[in-house]
Write a protein that binds this ligand. Structure first.
Ligand code: ATP
Ligand code: MG
Length: 557
């Protein structure tokens, strides 16, 4: 969609911001956004959508973004998660203005709760959670008042203080707002503001034993930080009137909540709770297992930050829930890696080839460009001598016509080297192929070929003496089904792809790959994109396959 001045149409949140700027509601210096993760798990690809949106808007309109750890639930939150979240956002390429914690505001939030009590707009309720639920009614049946609803202001003030002072057991009392028990919006039926939790908090320690609920904390935190546009996902649309009710009744900064559709991707789970189960039940190794849809998992697997940002851009910002194809993410990864990954040779399943007419004691070092897509990437040298390796699958004794690889009497070009022709195959007792004997054409060297010899296929290869052993891990999608976790009666762990990880114990790599660093992207010629796994050591190099060169799933479907 394009408008008259051929400018790309702005998405609805950009339109809201521009309107606010136009009518002078805010000026650019006032524009304030926030990204508010709860530190109860690692960030996943869904979060990167929200990160790219908030930080992208701040970049485009010269605003600021606070990183706010929404830490109101001491039971599930940990400092390790806080550290991981910081690292992931930075890696994605964004810088926040202030780092804040909702727990920084516990004193202020407590004072605001007291203020509501003083206005007769909140009360302490001794009902159990079940009783409160029961009394709430349904959207068509009005709720019933709790017997504690008419407590006096004085009584509420002293009970709430006693709650704070730890005088009551967990679950025996809550603080509720006094709003409207017959509201069609269930969130208005006297929502709980505070609950008792005798739990140690990762930052406030044992100072508090009452903790605010999301609805009582989020909008107020936005107000404290003068957040002008508080962007969240659609499931909070029904919470918006309550969000505004608190800001109005407390007479504080009026942040505006705007909802957009959360990112859903097929074949991909996006719930920290479920991802935690994958880790805790050892279906994967860790939060940063390369099969996880976490930012740290994708990074370890070799996805680039730019590919993820491009993906989020392409997905766009929608008002209605939708399902994005994981192949779009994979496309973005391939597209970026194709540009930036240096090319290397590795043989995943080696078959020895002896070049019988090549001198025994000779080694040549042949130039090989690092990246044909990037002229600044330079070149390296590959050793070539009498014994080399090719992929076992690139040889057939009796190949069909269309097999443009090696077979007896057939020619192939060795990339960056010579054309060879195959004379003989040496088989073992059980007919297994042990090695292949070829001859090379000495005047067919790449770059100075005047042999006039034709070769239909080009193979990657490695010289025997100078190549090293390494491991490769071939990853595939973690789930076999399009919508894991959505089939009634089936636990999502039953939908795990049993072939999501295949380890190759003995691959061969070219000398240059001994210098590889984690996250450095490589294209192993004809084999896919790979990166060094972060658990590698000098004598145990492990390469993760980031992604295949082509979409293998497109064919299967
Ligand atoms: P999960 O359900 O995976 O635990 P969450 O929404 O509870 O996710 P938070 O840490 O509370 O996780 O989210 C931080 C921010 O990221 C919120 O603003 C939330 O709306 C946003 N976010 C989370 N998941 C997605 C998603 N799939 N798409 C877009 N934004 C998301
Ligand atoms: Mg959450």
């Amino acid at each position: 969609m394009e408008n008259n001045n051929s400018e790309v149409t702005k998405h609805f949140i950009e339109q809201i911001i521009e309107e606010d700027l136009n009518v002078g509601k805010w000026n650019q210096e006032q524009l304030q956004f926030r990204f508010p993760p709860e530190p109860n798990g690692f960030l996943h690809i869904g979060h990167s959508k929200s990160i790219c949106l908030n930080f992208g808007l701040a970049n485009d309109y010269n605003g600021k973004v606070n990183l706010r750890f929404d830490d109101t639930n001491p039971v599930t939150e940990k400092t390790d998660y806080v550290d991981a979240i910081r690292k992931d956002i930075q890696w994605l390429g964004f810088e926040w203005n202030k780092e804040v914690f909702t727990s920084d505001y516990f004193d202020q939030l407590y004072d605001w709760a007291v203020a509501l009590i003083q206005k007769g707009k909140a009360y302490v309720d001794d009902s159990t959670q079940e009783e409160i639920q029961e009394m709430k009614g349904t959207p068509t049946v009005p709720g019933k008042p709790s017997t504690y609803r008419e407590r006096t202001i004085e009584e509420n003030l002293s009970l709430f203080e006693a709650m704070k002072n730890g005088e009551f057991e967990e679950g025996t009392k809550v603080l509720r707002a006094k709003i409207d028990l017959s509201s069609p919006n269930m969130h208005f039926r006297d929502p709980v503001l505070y609950r008792i939790l005798h739990k140690h908090h990762h930052r406030t320690g044992d100072k508090w034993c009452i903790y605010p609920m999301y609805d009582f904390a989020h909008g107020q935190s936005d107000a404290i930080e003068s957040v002008t546009h508080s962007i969240c996902t659609l499931e909070f649309e029904n919470h918006r009137p309550l969000y505004e009710w608190f800001l109005n009744n407390l007479e504080i900064f009026e942040s505006r909540q705007i909802e957009f559709a959360r990112l859903n991707i097929n074949y991909t789970l996006m719930s920290k709770r479920k991802l935690l189960r994958l880790v805790e039940e050892n279906h994967v190794e860790s939060w940063d297992d390369p099969r996880m849809p976490t930012i740290s998992g994708m990074r370890r697997r070799g996805f680039t930050a730019r590919a993820i940002r491009n993906f989020c851009d392409k997905v766009g910002v929608a008002k209605r829930e939708n399902m994005i194809e994981v192949s779009l993410l994979e496309f973005c990864v391939r597209e970026d890696l194709n540009l930036v990954a240096e090319r290397r040779m590795a043989i995943l399943d080696p078959l020895k080839v002896v070049i019988t007419n090549y001198p025994e004691d000779k080694t040549e070092w042949l130039p090989a460009e690092n990246n044909p897509k990037d002229e600044n990437a330079g070149s390296r040298e590959l050793p070539f001598s009498r014994e080399i390796y090719i992929e076992r699958e690139d040889f057939m004794i009796d190949p069909p016509k269309k097999f443009f690889r090696l077979g007896i009497g057939r020619n192939v070009r060795l990339k960056h080297a010579y054309i060879i022709t195959c004379d003989q195959v040496i088989e073992g007792k059980n007919g297994e192929i042990i090695e292949v004997h070829c001859r090379y054409f000495s005047n067919s060297k790449s770059g100075s070929d005047n042999s006039g010899i034709k070769a239909k296929g080009t193979l990657h290869w490695l010289e025997a003496k100078n190549s090293s052993l390494a491991k490769a891990v071939l990853y595939d999608r973690l789930f076999n089904v399009e919508a894991p976790g959505s089939t009634e009666g089936v636990d999502f762990t039953e939908e795990i792809n049993p072939n999501s990880k295949q380890v190759l114990e003995n691959i061969l790599i070219e000398p240059e790959l001994l210098k590889a660093k984690p996250e450095q992207p490589f294209q192993f010629l004809r084999k896919g994109y790979f990166t060094l796994d972060s658990s590698s050591t000098e004598d145990n190099l492990i390469f993760n396959r980031t992604i295949t060169l082509k979409d293998a799933w497109a064919k299967k479907r």
